[in-house]
Design a protein around this ligand. Structure first.
Ligand code: TEU
Ligand code: CA
Length: 548
Protein backbone atom coordinates (compact mmCIF):
# COMPACT_ATOMS: atom_id res chain seq x y z
CA UNK A 1 0.00 0.00 0.00
CA UNK A 2 2.72 2.48 0.87
CA UNK A 3 4.81 1.84 -2.20
CA UNK A 4 5.55 5.37 -3.42
CA UNK A 5 4.08 6.48 -6.75
CA UNK A 6 3.71 9.88 -8.47
CA UNK A 7 -0.06 9.60 -8.51
CA UNK A 8 -0.19 8.96 -4.77
CA UNK A 9 1.73 12.20 -4.21
CA UNK A 10 -0.16 14.10 -6.89
CA UNK A 11 -2.53 16.99 -6.42
CA UNK A 12 -4.76 16.93 -9.49
CA UNK A 13 -6.33 20.07 -10.98
CA UNK A 14 -9.42 19.29 -13.04
CA UNK A 15 -9.99 21.51 -16.06
CA UNK A 16 -13.32 21.57 -17.90
CA UNK A 17 -11.81 22.82 -21.18
CA UNK A 18 -15.03 24.36 -22.51
CA UNK A 19 -15.14 26.78 -19.59
CA UNK A 20 -11.51 27.42 -18.69
CA UNK A 21 -10.13 29.96 -21.21
CA UNK A 22 -11.10 30.96 -24.74
CA UNK A 23 -8.05 31.95 -26.83
CA UNK A 24 -9.70 32.68 -30.20
CA UNK A 25 -12.77 34.70 -29.28
CA UNK A 26 -15.50 32.22 -30.18
CA UNK A 27 -16.87 32.03 -26.63
CA UNK A 28 -15.72 28.44 -26.16
CA UNK A 29 -12.71 27.44 -24.05
CA UNK A 30 -9.89 25.69 -25.89
CA UNK A 31 -6.45 24.07 -25.60
CA UNK A 32 -4.54 27.23 -26.52
CA UNK A 33 -6.46 28.93 -23.73
CA UNK A 34 -5.10 26.34 -21.30
CA UNK A 35 -1.57 26.79 -22.71
CA UNK A 36 -1.89 30.53 -22.05
CA UNK A 37 -2.60 29.87 -18.36
CA UNK A 38 0.11 27.30 -17.55
CA UNK A 39 1.92 29.77 -15.29
CA UNK A 40 -1.25 30.15 -13.25
CA UNK A 41 -1.85 26.39 -13.12
CA UNK A 42 1.73 25.80 -12.00
CA UNK A 43 1.46 28.61 -9.43
CA UNK A 44 -1.27 26.61 -7.66
CA UNK A 45 1.24 24.00 -6.58
CA UNK A 46 -0.69 21.20 -8.29
CA UNK A 47 1.36 18.60 -10.17
CA UNK A 48 -1.16 17.00 -12.51
CA UNK A 49 -3.97 18.17 -14.75
CA UNK A 50 -7.09 16.17 -15.66
CA UNK A 51 -8.87 17.34 -18.81
CA UNK A 52 -12.51 16.45 -19.36
CA UNK A 53 -12.97 14.87 -22.82
CA UNK A 54 -11.37 16.83 -25.68
CA UNK A 55 -12.27 14.43 -28.51
CA UNK A 56 -14.52 15.05 -31.51
CA UNK A 57 -18.09 15.15 -30.24
CA UNK A 58 -21.52 16.51 -31.23
CA UNK A 59 -21.50 17.84 -27.64
CA UNK A 60 -24.83 16.31 -26.66
CA UNK A 61 -23.44 15.67 -23.17
CA UNK A 62 -20.54 18.08 -22.78
CA UNK A 63 -18.17 15.96 -24.83
CA UNK A 64 -19.02 12.67 -23.11
CA UNK A 65 -20.46 11.54 -26.44
CA UNK A 66 -17.42 10.88 -28.59
CA UNK A 67 -17.73 10.49 -32.36
CA UNK A 68 -13.99 10.10 -33.06
CA UNK A 69 -11.52 9.02 -30.36
CA UNK A 70 -8.50 9.97 -32.47
CA UNK A 71 -9.38 13.58 -33.28
CA UNK A 72 -9.37 16.67 -31.07
CA UNK A 73 -12.74 18.45 -30.85
CA UNK A 74 -12.32 21.16 -33.54
CA UNK A 75 -13.71 23.85 -31.22
CA UNK A 76 -10.92 22.99 -28.74
CA UNK A 77 -8.12 23.09 -31.32
CA UNK A 78 -5.88 20.75 -33.28
CA UNK A 79 -3.71 17.73 -32.56
CA UNK A 80 -0.72 20.08 -32.86
CA UNK A 81 -2.25 22.19 -30.06
CA UNK A 82 -2.63 19.05 -27.97
CA UNK A 83 0.98 18.00 -28.61
CA UNK A 84 2.15 21.49 -27.62
CA UNK A 85 0.05 21.43 -24.43
CA UNK A 86 1.37 18.01 -23.42
CA UNK A 87 4.96 19.04 -24.10
CA UNK A 88 4.54 22.29 -22.15
CA UNK A 89 2.99 20.47 -19.18
CA UNK A 90 5.82 17.92 -19.10
CA UNK A 91 8.43 20.69 -19.43
CA UNK A 92 6.98 22.10 -16.19
CA UNK A 93 6.97 18.74 -14.41
CA UNK A 94 3.19 18.53 -14.67
CA UNK A 95 1.43 15.30 -15.66
CA UNK A 96 -1.59 14.96 -17.90
CA UNK A 97 -4.61 12.76 -17.17
CA UNK A 98 -7.05 12.26 -20.07
CA UNK A 99 -10.73 11.43 -19.74
CA UNK A 100 -11.64 8.37 -21.82
CA UNK A 101 -15.35 7.63 -22.28
CA UNK A 102 -15.51 3.94 -23.14
CA UNK A 103 -18.82 2.82 -21.67
CA UNK A 104 -20.55 4.42 -24.65
CA UNK A 105 -19.78 6.34 -27.81
CA UNK A 106 -21.69 9.02 -29.67
CA UNK A 107 -24.42 7.79 -32.03
CA UNK A 108 -22.51 9.78 -34.68
CA UNK A 109 -19.48 7.52 -34.31
CA UNK A 110 -18.88 5.47 -37.49
CA UNK A 111 -19.11 2.27 -35.41
CA UNK A 112 -22.71 3.10 -34.53
CA UNK A 113 -23.61 4.31 -38.00
CA UNK A 114 -22.53 0.89 -39.33
CA UNK A 115 -24.06 -1.01 -36.40
CA UNK A 116 -27.51 0.48 -36.97
CA UNK A 117 -27.38 -0.04 -40.76
CA UNK A 118 -28.38 -3.70 -40.65
CA UNK A 119 -28.68 -6.70 -38.35
CA UNK A 120 -26.00 -8.49 -40.37
CA UNK A 121 -23.49 -5.63 -40.28
CA UNK A 122 -20.17 -6.82 -38.73
CA UNK A 123 -20.43 -3.82 -36.36
CA UNK A 124 -23.92 -4.81 -35.17
CA UNK A 125 -22.73 -6.20 -31.85
CA UNK A 126 -20.43 -3.29 -31.02
CA UNK A 127 -23.62 -2.14 -29.25
CA UNK A 128 -26.62 -3.72 -27.56
CA UNK A 129 -29.63 -4.25 -29.85
CA UNK A 130 -32.82 -6.00 -28.84
CA UNK A 131 -36.34 -6.33 -30.29
CA UNK A 132 -39.03 -4.65 -28.19
CA UNK A 133 -41.71 -6.45 -26.24
CA UNK A 134 -44.96 -5.81 -28.15
CA UNK A 135 -43.96 -2.24 -29.05
CA UNK A 136 -42.41 -1.55 -25.65
CA UNK A 137 -38.69 -1.32 -24.75
CA UNK A 138 -36.95 -4.62 -23.88
CA UNK A 139 -37.08 -3.75 -20.15
CA UNK A 140 -37.98 -0.97 -17.71
CA UNK A 141 -34.51 0.55 -17.21
CA UNK A 142 -34.57 4.37 -16.92
CA UNK A 143 -31.86 6.48 -18.51
CA UNK A 144 -29.73 8.86 -16.35
CA UNK A 145 -31.13 11.59 -18.55
CA UNK A 146 -34.83 10.84 -18.35
CA UNK A 147 -37.02 8.41 -20.22
CA UNK A 148 -36.20 4.83 -21.12
CA UNK A 149 -32.61 3.55 -21.43
CA UNK A 150 -33.72 1.99 -24.78
CA UNK A 151 -34.28 3.83 -28.05
CA UNK A 152 -36.18 2.30 -30.96
CA UNK A 153 -34.22 2.75 -34.18
CA UNK A 154 -36.43 2.65 -37.29
CA UNK A 155 -33.73 1.38 -39.66
CA UNK A 156 -33.87 -2.15 -38.27
CA UNK A 157 -36.87 -1.64 -35.97
CA UNK A 158 -34.91 -2.73 -32.91
CA UNK A 159 -34.01 -0.93 -29.65
CA UNK A 160 -30.46 0.00 -28.63
CA UNK A 161 -29.27 0.50 -25.03
CA UNK A 162 -28.18 3.94 -23.79
CA UNK A 163 -27.83 4.36 -20.04
CA UNK A 164 -27.24 8.05 -20.67
CA UNK A 165 -28.61 10.10 -23.55
CA UNK A 166 -30.05 8.47 -26.68
CA UNK A 167 -27.03 9.95 -28.45
CA UNK A 168 -24.76 7.87 -26.18
CA UNK A 169 -25.31 4.20 -27.15
CA UNK A 170 -23.60 1.77 -24.76
CA UNK A 171 -20.61 -0.11 -26.16
CA UNK A 172 -20.72 -3.89 -25.96
CA UNK A 173 -17.60 -5.02 -24.11
CA UNK A 174 -18.78 -8.63 -24.44
CA UNK A 175 -17.50 -8.32 -28.02
CA UNK A 176 -13.71 -8.98 -28.11
CA UNK A 177 -13.42 -7.02 -31.36
CA UNK A 178 -14.90 -3.95 -29.68
CA UNK A 179 -12.52 -4.39 -26.75
CA UNK A 180 -9.62 -4.52 -29.20
CA UNK A 181 -10.80 -1.24 -30.75
CA UNK A 182 -10.97 0.31 -27.28
CA UNK A 183 -7.42 -0.85 -26.57
CA UNK A 184 -6.24 0.84 -29.78
CA UNK A 185 -7.74 4.10 -28.50
CA UNK A 186 -5.93 3.77 -25.18
CA UNK A 187 -2.61 2.90 -26.83
CA UNK A 188 -2.86 5.86 -29.23
CA UNK A 189 -2.99 8.35 -26.37
CA UNK A 190 -0.56 6.49 -24.14
CA UNK A 191 1.96 6.34 -27.01
CA UNK A 192 1.76 10.14 -27.07
CA UNK A 193 2.96 10.20 -23.48
CA UNK A 194 -0.25 10.80 -21.56
CA UNK A 195 0.38 9.99 -17.88
CA UNK A 196 -3.04 8.95 -16.66
CA UNK A 197 -6.50 7.85 -17.74
CA UNK A 198 -9.75 8.79 -16.00
CA UNK A 199 -12.11 6.02 -17.09
CA UNK A 200 -15.65 7.33 -17.39
CA UNK A 201 -18.44 5.14 -15.96
CA UNK A 202 -16.04 2.20 -15.81
CA UNK A 203 -18.37 0.62 -13.27
CA UNK A 204 -20.96 -0.05 -15.98
CA UNK A 205 -18.91 -1.63 -18.77
CA UNK A 206 -20.06 -5.18 -17.92
CA UNK A 207 -23.78 -5.56 -18.56
CA UNK A 208 -26.14 -8.13 -17.16
CA UNK A 209 -26.86 -9.43 -20.64
CA UNK A 210 -30.19 -10.97 -19.62
CA UNK A 211 -31.31 -7.40 -18.96
CA UNK A 212 -33.74 -8.09 -16.13
CA UNK A 213 -36.26 -5.40 -15.14
CA UNK A 214 -35.22 -3.23 -12.22
CA UNK A 215 -37.27 -4.01 -9.11
CA UNK A 216 -36.84 -0.60 -7.46
CA UNK A 217 -37.94 2.99 -8.08
CA UNK A 218 -34.86 4.32 -6.30
CA UNK A 219 -32.63 5.40 -9.18
CA UNK A 220 -29.32 5.11 -7.34
CA UNK A 221 -30.34 1.63 -6.20
CA UNK A 222 -31.11 0.68 -9.81
CA UNK A 223 -27.60 1.89 -10.74
CA UNK A 224 -26.00 -0.19 -8.02
CA UNK A 225 -28.03 -3.34 -8.65
CA UNK A 226 -28.46 -3.34 -12.42
CA UNK A 227 -26.08 -0.95 -14.21
CA UNK A 228 -22.84 -1.21 -12.26
CA UNK A 229 -20.60 -3.95 -10.96
CA UNK A 230 -21.61 -6.42 -13.69
CA UNK A 231 -20.51 -10.08 -13.82
CA UNK A 232 -17.44 -9.60 -16.07
CA UNK A 233 -16.28 -6.23 -14.75
CA UNK A 234 -13.10 -7.50 -13.05
CA UNK A 235 -12.29 -9.64 -16.08
CA UNK A 236 -12.60 -6.69 -18.47
CA UNK A 237 -10.46 -4.44 -16.27
CA UNK A 238 -7.84 -7.19 -15.87
CA UNK A 239 -7.80 -7.72 -19.65
CA UNK A 240 -7.32 -3.99 -20.36
CA UNK A 241 -4.54 -4.03 -17.80
CA UNK A 242 -2.82 -7.03 -19.39
CA UNK A 243 -3.31 -5.87 -23.00
CA UNK A 244 -2.53 -2.18 -22.44
CA UNK A 245 -1.85 -0.53 -19.09
CA UNK A 246 0.89 -2.89 -17.90
CA UNK A 247 2.94 -1.86 -20.91
CA UNK A 248 3.00 1.83 -19.92
CA UNK A 249 3.88 4.02 -16.95
CA UNK A 250 0.26 5.09 -16.62
CA UNK A 251 -2.07 5.86 -13.73
CA UNK A 252 -5.67 4.65 -14.07
CA UNK A 253 -8.53 6.14 -12.05
CA UNK A 254 -11.97 4.65 -12.45
CA UNK A 255 -15.12 6.74 -12.22
CA UNK A 256 -18.49 5.36 -11.81
CA UNK A 257 -21.80 5.50 -10.04
CA UNK A 258 -22.61 2.37 -8.12
CA UNK A 259 -19.15 1.87 -6.61
CA UNK A 260 -19.63 1.17 -2.88
CA UNK A 261 -17.24 0.46 0.01
CA UNK A 262 -18.32 -3.16 -0.30
CA UNK A 263 -17.28 -3.50 -3.96
CA UNK A 264 -14.61 -0.80 -4.26
CA UNK A 265 -11.73 -3.18 -3.60
CA UNK A 266 -12.89 -5.34 -6.52
CA UNK A 267 -11.68 -2.51 -8.74
CA UNK A 268 -8.32 -2.06 -7.02
CA UNK A 269 -6.63 -5.45 -7.20
CA UNK A 270 -2.87 -4.83 -7.07
CA UNK A 271 -2.09 -7.04 -10.08
CA UNK A 272 -5.26 -6.89 -12.11
CA UNK A 273 -7.09 -3.73 -11.11
CA UNK A 274 -7.06 0.05 -11.35
CA UNK A 275 -4.75 2.31 -9.37
CA UNK A 276 -7.58 4.44 -7.98
CA UNK A 277 -11.32 4.98 -8.08
CA UNK A 278 -13.45 7.97 -7.27
CA UNK A 279 -15.87 7.29 -4.48
CA UNK A 280 -19.24 8.93 -4.69
CA UNK A 281 -20.62 8.20 -1.25
CA UNK A 282 -20.81 11.85 -0.23
CA UNK A 283 -21.75 12.99 -3.74
CA UNK A 284 -25.06 11.15 -3.74
CA UNK A 285 -25.89 11.52 -0.04
CA UNK A 286 -28.31 14.40 -0.68
CA UNK A 287 -30.07 12.70 -3.58
CA UNK A 288 -33.47 11.20 -2.87
CA UNK A 289 -35.06 8.22 -4.67
CA UNK A 290 -35.67 10.42 -7.72
CA UNK A 291 -31.95 11.11 -8.12
CA UNK A 292 -30.25 14.45 -8.61
CA UNK A 293 -33.33 16.64 -8.87
CA UNK A 294 -34.93 15.03 -5.83
CA UNK A 295 -32.67 16.61 -3.20
CA UNK A 296 -32.86 15.57 0.47
CA UNK A 297 -31.01 17.14 3.42
CA UNK A 298 -27.56 15.86 4.39
CA UNK A 299 -25.95 15.87 7.82
CA UNK A 300 -22.32 16.39 8.82
CA UNK A 301 -22.58 13.21 10.88
CA UNK A 302 -23.32 11.20 7.73
CA UNK A 303 -20.63 13.12 5.83
CA UNK A 304 -18.04 12.20 8.47
CA UNK A 305 -19.20 8.59 8.53
CA UNK A 306 -18.89 8.33 4.74
CA UNK A 307 -15.29 9.58 4.87
CA UNK A 308 -14.48 7.16 7.68
CA UNK A 309 -15.97 4.20 5.81
CA UNK A 310 -14.10 5.03 2.60
CA UNK A 311 -10.81 5.78 4.31
CA UNK A 312 -11.03 2.50 6.20
CA UNK A 313 -11.73 0.75 2.88
CA UNK A 314 -8.76 2.28 1.10
CA UNK A 315 -6.52 1.63 4.11
CA UNK A 316 -6.87 -2.08 3.30
CA UNK A 317 -5.83 -1.93 -0.33
CA UNK A 318 -5.50 0.40 -3.26
CA UNK A 319 -5.46 4.15 -2.99
CA UNK A 320 -8.25 6.64 -2.52
CA UNK A 321 -9.18 9.88 -4.19
CA UNK A 322 -10.80 12.86 -2.60
CA UNK A 323 -12.97 15.39 -4.34
CA UNK A 324 -15.75 17.69 -3.19
CA UNK A 325 -16.85 18.93 -6.59
CA UNK A 326 -16.40 18.46 -10.30
CA UNK A 327 -18.21 19.17 -13.58
CA UNK A 328 -21.09 16.88 -12.53
CA UNK A 329 -21.92 18.52 -9.23
CA UNK A 330 -22.67 21.98 -7.83
CA UNK A 331 -19.85 24.17 -6.52
CA UNK A 332 -18.43 22.80 -3.28
CA UNK A 333 -18.73 26.06 -1.29
CA UNK A 334 -22.42 26.36 -2.22
CA UNK A 335 -23.12 22.72 -1.43
CA UNK A 336 -21.03 21.90 1.64
CA UNK A 337 -20.05 25.41 2.88
CA UNK A 338 -21.67 28.82 3.11
CA UNK A 339 -21.53 30.90 -0.09
CA UNK A 340 -23.09 33.91 1.64
CA UNK A 341 -21.68 35.24 4.90
CA UNK A 342 -18.74 32.87 5.49
CA UNK A 343 -17.98 32.34 1.80
CA UNK A 344 -14.22 32.89 2.19
CA UNK A 345 -13.73 30.94 5.42
CA UNK A 346 -15.84 27.99 4.31
CA UNK A 347 -14.08 27.82 0.92
CA UNK A 348 -10.76 27.74 2.76
CA UNK A 349 -12.09 25.11 5.18
CA UNK A 350 -13.19 22.84 2.32
CA UNK A 351 -9.82 23.25 0.59
CA UNK A 352 -8.20 22.28 3.92
CA UNK A 353 -10.24 19.08 4.02
CA UNK A 354 -9.22 18.25 0.43
CA UNK A 355 -5.53 18.71 1.19
CA UNK A 356 -5.39 16.90 4.55
CA UNK A 357 -7.41 13.73 3.82
CA UNK A 358 -5.88 10.41 2.73
CA UNK A 359 -6.05 9.75 -1.01
CA UNK A 360 -5.16 11.88 -4.00
CA UNK A 361 -6.96 15.24 -3.99
CA UNK A 362 -8.80 16.19 -7.18
CA UNK A 363 -9.46 19.94 -7.15
CA UNK A 364 -12.04 21.32 -9.55
CA UNK A 365 -11.03 24.46 -11.45
CA UNK A 366 -12.36 27.61 -9.74
CA UNK A 367 -12.69 26.02 -6.32
CA UNK A 368 -9.27 27.46 -5.50
CA UNK A 369 -10.90 30.90 -5.63
CA UNK A 370 -14.23 29.83 -4.13
CA UNK A 371 -16.39 30.03 -7.23
CA UNK A 372 -20.06 29.58 -6.35
CA UNK A 373 -23.23 28.22 -7.92
CA UNK A 374 -25.00 30.35 -10.47
CA UNK A 375 -28.72 31.00 -10.07
CA UNK A 376 -30.49 30.24 -13.35
CA UNK A 377 -33.59 32.39 -13.74
CA UNK A 378 -35.24 29.89 -16.07
CA UNK A 379 -34.60 26.35 -17.25
CA UNK A 380 -33.95 27.58 -20.80
CA UNK A 381 -30.67 29.10 -19.53
CA UNK A 382 -29.37 25.59 -18.81
CA UNK A 383 -26.83 24.10 -21.20
CA UNK A 384 -26.94 20.66 -19.59
CA UNK A 385 -28.80 17.76 -21.17
CA UNK A 386 -29.40 16.26 -17.71
CA UNK A 387 -31.27 19.40 -16.64
CA UNK A 388 -33.10 19.88 -19.93
CA UNK A 389 -34.37 16.30 -20.19
CA UNK A 390 -34.91 16.19 -16.43
CA UNK A 391 -37.27 19.14 -16.82
CA UNK A 392 -39.25 17.41 -19.60
CA UNK A 393 -39.74 14.42 -17.28
CA UNK A 394 -40.62 16.60 -14.29
CA UNK A 395 -43.17 18.58 -16.31
CA UNK A 396 -44.92 15.32 -17.21
CA UNK A 397 -45.15 14.58 -13.50
CA UNK A 398 -46.76 17.97 -12.92
CA UNK A 399 -43.74 19.56 -11.24
CA UNK A 400 -43.81 23.38 -11.58
CA UNK A 401 -40.93 25.25 -13.22
CA UNK A 402 -40.24 27.11 -9.96
CA UNK A 403 -40.01 23.87 -8.02
CA UNK A 404 -37.75 22.24 -10.60
CA UNK A 405 -35.62 25.37 -10.95
CA UNK A 406 -35.03 25.29 -7.20
CA UNK A 407 -33.68 21.73 -7.47
CA UNK A 408 -31.59 22.73 -10.52
CA UNK A 409 -30.07 25.71 -8.72
CA UNK A 410 -29.21 23.46 -5.78
CA UNK A 411 -27.93 20.34 -7.59
CA UNK A 412 -27.62 21.00 -11.32
CA UNK A 413 -24.42 20.62 -13.31
CA UNK A 414 -24.61 24.08 -14.91
CA UNK A 415 -23.47 25.39 -11.52
CA UNK A 416 -19.94 24.10 -12.10
CA UNK A 417 -19.73 24.80 -15.83
CA UNK A 418 -19.85 28.61 -15.80
CA UNK A 419 -16.71 30.20 -17.26
CA UNK A 420 -13.62 30.47 -15.08
CA UNK A 421 -13.51 33.89 -13.42
CA UNK A 422 -10.11 35.42 -14.26
CA UNK A 423 -10.97 39.09 -13.69
CA UNK A 424 -13.85 41.53 -13.31
CA UNK A 425 -14.21 42.42 -17.00
CA UNK A 426 -17.34 41.77 -19.04
CA UNK A 427 -16.83 38.04 -19.65
CA UNK A 428 -14.61 37.54 -16.60
CA UNK A 429 -11.48 37.49 -18.74
CA UNK A 430 -12.60 34.07 -20.04
CA UNK A 431 -13.34 35.37 -23.53
CA UNK A 432 -13.76 38.51 -25.61
CA UNK A 433 -16.98 37.05 -27.04
CA UNK A 434 -20.28 36.06 -25.46
CA UNK A 435 -19.41 32.75 -23.78
CA UNK A 436 -21.27 29.51 -24.55
CA UNK A 437 -22.53 29.52 -20.95
CA UNK A 438 -23.71 32.35 -18.66
CA UNK A 439 -20.94 33.98 -16.64
CA UNK A 440 -21.67 34.15 -12.91
CA UNK A 441 -22.59 37.81 -12.15
CA UNK A 442 -20.40 37.69 -9.01
CA UNK A 443 -17.30 37.52 -11.23
CA UNK A 444 -16.96 41.29 -10.89
CA UNK A 445 -15.49 40.81 -7.42
CA UNK A 446 -14.93 37.02 -7.27
CA UNK A 447 -11.99 36.41 -9.61
CA UNK A 448 -8.32 35.41 -9.83
CA UNK A 449 -6.98 38.92 -10.34
CA UNK A 450 -8.75 40.27 -7.25
CA UNK A 451 -7.41 37.40 -5.12
CA UNK A 452 -3.84 37.63 -6.43
CA UNK A 453 -3.76 41.06 -4.85
CA UNK A 454 -5.29 40.04 -1.49
CA UNK A 455 -2.88 38.29 0.85
CA UNK A 456 -5.50 36.42 2.90
CA UNK A 457 -7.51 35.32 -0.16
CA UNK A 458 -8.73 31.80 -0.83
CA UNK A 459 -6.22 31.61 -3.67
CA UNK A 460 -3.19 32.38 -1.48
CA UNK A 461 -4.49 30.06 1.23
CA UNK A 462 -4.93 27.31 -1.38
CA UNK A 463 -1.30 27.68 -2.47
CA UNK A 464 -0.15 27.36 1.14
CA UNK A 465 -2.23 24.19 1.45
CA UNK A 466 -0.74 22.46 -1.59
CA UNK A 467 2.69 23.36 -0.25
CA UNK A 468 1.82 21.96 3.18
CA UNK A 469 0.64 18.65 1.71
CA UNK A 470 3.65 18.21 -0.56
CA UNK A 471 6.08 18.97 2.27
CA UNK A 472 4.51 16.57 4.76
CA UNK A 473 4.32 12.87 3.79
CA UNK A 474 2.12 12.28 6.86
CA UNK A 475 -0.66 14.14 5.05
CA UNK A 476 -0.21 11.84 2.05
CA UNK A 477 0.73 8.43 3.44
CA UNK A 478 -0.39 8.90 7.05
CA UNK A 479 -3.10 6.99 8.83
CA UNK A 480 -6.55 8.59 9.21
CA UNK A 481 -7.82 8.78 12.78
CA UNK A 482 -11.18 10.55 13.06
CA UNK A 483 -12.27 11.53 16.57
CA UNK A 484 -15.95 11.67 17.51
CA UNK A 485 -16.28 14.63 19.79
CA UNK A 486 -19.48 15.67 21.59
CA UNK A 487 -19.60 18.76 19.41
CA UNK A 488 -21.15 17.37 16.21
CA UNK A 489 -20.43 20.48 14.15
CA UNK A 490 -16.69 19.92 14.48
CA UNK A 491 -14.94 17.58 12.04
CA UNK A 492 -11.82 16.47 13.95
CA UNK A 493 -9.24 14.00 12.67
CA UNK A 494 -5.56 13.13 12.99
CA UNK A 495 -3.01 12.04 10.41
CA UNK A 496 0.04 10.09 11.56
CA UNK A 497 3.07 8.63 9.80
CA UNK A 498 6.26 7.54 11.55
CA UNK A 499 6.91 10.22 14.17
CA UNK A 500 4.81 12.90 12.50
CA UNK A 501 1.29 13.65 13.66
CA UNK A 502 -1.13 16.35 12.52
CA UNK A 503 -4.46 17.39 13.98
CA UNK A 504 -7.11 18.91 11.69
CA UNK A 505 -10.00 20.84 13.24
CA UNK A 506 -12.84 21.97 10.94
CA UNK A 507 -15.88 23.88 12.21
CA UNK A 508 -18.67 23.11 9.72
CA UNK A 509 -20.95 25.77 11.20
CA UNK A 510 -21.50 29.52 11.46
CA UNK A 511 -21.31 29.41 15.24
CA UNK A 512 -18.43 29.98 17.64
CA UNK A 513 -17.81 26.65 19.38
CA UNK A 514 -15.77 25.69 22.43
CA UNK A 515 -12.73 23.69 21.41
CA UNK A 516 -13.54 20.02 22.10
CA UNK A 517 -11.34 18.53 24.82
CA UNK A 518 -10.03 15.90 22.37
CA UNK A 519 -8.64 18.78 20.31
CA UNK A 520 -6.84 20.44 23.21
CA UNK A 521 -3.51 19.21 21.91
CA UNK A 522 -0.27 21.08 22.28
CA UNK A 523 1.51 21.67 19.04
CA UNK A 524 2.45 24.13 16.35
CA UNK A 525 -0.30 25.64 14.20
CA UNK A 526 0.90 25.14 10.63
CA UNK A 527 -2.06 26.69 8.77
CA UNK A 528 -5.40 28.31 9.56
CA UNK A 529 -8.01 30.48 7.89
CA UNK A 530 -8.20 32.99 10.74
CA UNK A 531 -5.38 34.91 12.44
CA UNK A 532 -4.17 32.80 15.39
CA UNK A 533 -6.78 33.39 18.09
CA UNK A 534 -7.60 32.24 21.57
CA UNK A 535 -6.87 28.54 21.98
CA UNK A 536 -10.16 27.45 23.55
CA UNK A 537 -12.71 28.37 20.90
CA UNK A 538 -13.26 27.52 17.21
CA UNK A 539 -14.64 30.34 15.09
CA UNK A 540 -17.30 30.10 12.36
CA UNK A 541 -16.03 27.87 9.53
CA UNK A 542 -12.58 27.93 11.09
CA UNK A 543 -10.02 25.43 9.82
CA UNK A 544 -6.84 24.78 11.76
CA UNK A 545 -4.03 22.31 11.15
CA UNK A 546 -1.69 21.65 14.07
CA UNK A 547 1.56 19.71 13.97
CA UNK A 548 1.42 17.78 17.27
O1 TEU B 1 -20.78 10.73 -15.02
C1 TEU B 1 -21.26 9.47 -14.58
C2 TEU B 1 -21.83 9.66 -13.24
O2 TEU B 1 -21.17 9.52 -12.25
C3 TEU B 1 -23.23 10.18 -13.20
O3 TEU B 1 -23.83 9.77 -12.02
C4 TEU B 1 -23.09 11.68 -13.27
O4 TEU B 1 -23.21 12.24 -12.01
C5 TEU B 1 -24.09 12.24 -14.23
O5 TEU B 1 -24.18 13.60 -14.04
C6 TEU B 1 -25.48 11.69 -14.02
O6 TEU B 1 -26.03 12.23 -12.88
C7 TEU B 1 -19.90 10.62 -16.13
C8 TEU B 1 -19.45 12.02 -16.51
O7 TEU B 1 -18.71 12.57 -15.43
C9 TEU B 1 -20.68 12.83 -16.82
O8 TEU B 1 -20.32 14.20 -17.11
C10 TEU B 1 -21.38 12.22 -18.03
O9 TEU B 1 -22.60 12.90 -18.23
C11 TEU B 1 -21.67 10.74 -17.79
O10 TEU B 1 -20.57 10.01 -17.23
C12 TEU B 1 -21.95 10.07 -19.12
O11 TEU B 1 -20.74 9.99 -19.86
CA1 CA C 1 -12.23 29.20 -28.32
Amino acid sequence: MNKRAWWKEAIVYQIYPRSFKDSNGDGVGDLRGIISELDYIQSLGVNAVWLNPIFKSPNDDGGYDISDYFTIQPEFGTMADFDELLKALHARGLRLIMDLVLNHSSDEHEWFQKSRASKENPYRDYYFWKPGKNSSPPNNWPSFFGGSAWQLDPVTNEYYLHLFSRKQPDLNWENPRLREEVYQVMKFWLDKGVDGLRLDVISAISKRTDFPDTDTNDFNETIRKYYSNGPRLREFIADARKQVWDHYDVMTVGEGPGITPQNALDYLDEQHGLNMIFHFGHMFMDQGPGGRFDPIPWTLQDFKQIFKTWNDTFAQRGWGSIFLGNHDFPRMVSRWGDDQIYWKQSSQLLCTLLMTMPGTPFVYMGDEIGMTNIRLKQISESQDIETKTGWLEAKKRGVSEDQFLKAVNYAGRDNSRTPMQWNGSQYAGFSTHTPWMLVNPNHTELNVAAQEGENDSILHYFRSLTNLRKENPALIYGTYQPVDCEEERIFLYFREWHQEKFMIVLNFSSEVINLPKQAAIRGKRVIGNYPAGSADIVRPWEAVVVKC
